[in-house]
Design a protein. Structure first.
Length: 139
């Protein structure tokens, strides 16, 4: 930090005399400000990709959870209607009864395929193919 000093006369107040003491001006130099901005930029360049990756992982987890909900609703529909393994429930008329909110929306903007009872539901943004590990959802 740079200090510059010069004489400055300020009114003293009551007696009307001038007080000419030493006045110091304090401030940051341009180089100091640029160093701080550079450090902040460096920290942000490391943090922003982590935030983006965390958001992608969260969207994938929400999508997989939605696929589980759709699969559970299909299984419940199949039990209630004694449907065969090859039967496919219609999303708008049947799943709206078994899901609290239908149509369920994919956070990545994809669309869900309900598919037949014997197969797992799919998302157009991912490649989920097995009922046990639907963790291969990709973005």
């Amino acid at each position: 930090m740079r200090k510059s000093s010069k004489k400055l006369c300020l009114p003293a107040g009551e007696a009307g005399t001038m007080d000419c003491g030493l006045w110091t001006k304090r401030g940051f130099t341009l180089v100091e400000i640029m160093v701080v901005v550079g450090i902040i930029g460096l920290i942000l360049s490391m943090a922003i990709p982590n935030f983006i990756n965390a958001r992608k992982k969260t969207r994938a987890k929400v999508c997989v959870n939605n696929l589980h909900q759709i699969h559970g609703a299909k299984q419940q529909w199949a039990l209630d209607t004694d449907a065969a393994e090859t039967a496919t429930p219609t999303p708008t008329s049947v799943l709206s009864v078994y899901l609290e909110e239908w149509p369920v929306t994919c956070p990545a903007g994809g669309t869900y395929g309900v598919n037949a009872i014997g197969t797992v539901p799919t998302c157009s943004e991912g490649t989920a193919t097995t009922a046990v590990t639907w963790d291969d959802h990709v973005f």
